[in-house]
Design a protein around this ligand. Structure first.
Ligand code: SF4
Length: 160
């Protein structure tokens, strides 16, 4: 026991560096959680990002072992996991879901479409990206991003 305590004192807190904007860090600190529940909102993706996301929660990558889980209700969530461009018909539901998440909350944009419109930014059905409606805490670029990239990025928030 003493050996363990000495080791804890010697090493201190061993976590990964949080490479996020200052505002996002204060939101994450306010959550002050070792686990995080996310509500996934597909705002109009091609489903490529969903395939990679489903792999993250598969037995192979098992993102839940890091305390990250999906929830069906935004009212039970710490934040939103957004994929796809904001299609015209998803603008209202996205804003409703954002308002339903209790504060402080995080918004994680997965894929180029969610980050800045990506391949569909010229589409007539494009009503912007989620960053046009609220602050994005964490952007995970890629078309689609690989599961390992998604997990590495989300752990910057959950491994606090
Ligand atoms: S980023 Fe690529 S894979 Fe993801 S929704 Fe957009 S086009 Fe599809």
């Amino acid at each position: 026991m003493q050996q363990l305590l000495r080791r804890i004192i010697r090493l201190g807190k061993v976590t990964e560096e949080l490479d996020l904007p200052e505002k996002a860090i204060s939101t994450v600190n306010a959550l002050s959680t070792g686990s995080i529940k996310l509500r996934h909102v597909d705002c109009g993706s091609c489903n490529g990002c969903e395939v990679e996301l489903s792999m993250c929660f598969s037995p192979i990558y098992d993102l839940e072992r890091f305390g990250v889980s999906l929830t069906a209700s935004p009212r039970h969530a710490d934040g939103l996991l957004v994929t796809g461009i904001v299609a015209m018909n998803m603008k209202g539901p996205l804003i409703d879901a954002y308002r339903a998440v209790p504060s402080p909350k995080v918004v994680i944009a997965v894929g180029d479409c969610a980050c800045d419109g990506g391949s569909f930014s010229e589409s007539y059905a494009h009503a912007g990206s989620c960053g046009d409606y609220f602050d994005i805490t964490l952007k995970i670029p890629g078309c689609p991003p690989e599961p390992s990239d998604i997990i590495r990025a989300i752990r910057r928030i959950s491994a606090r």
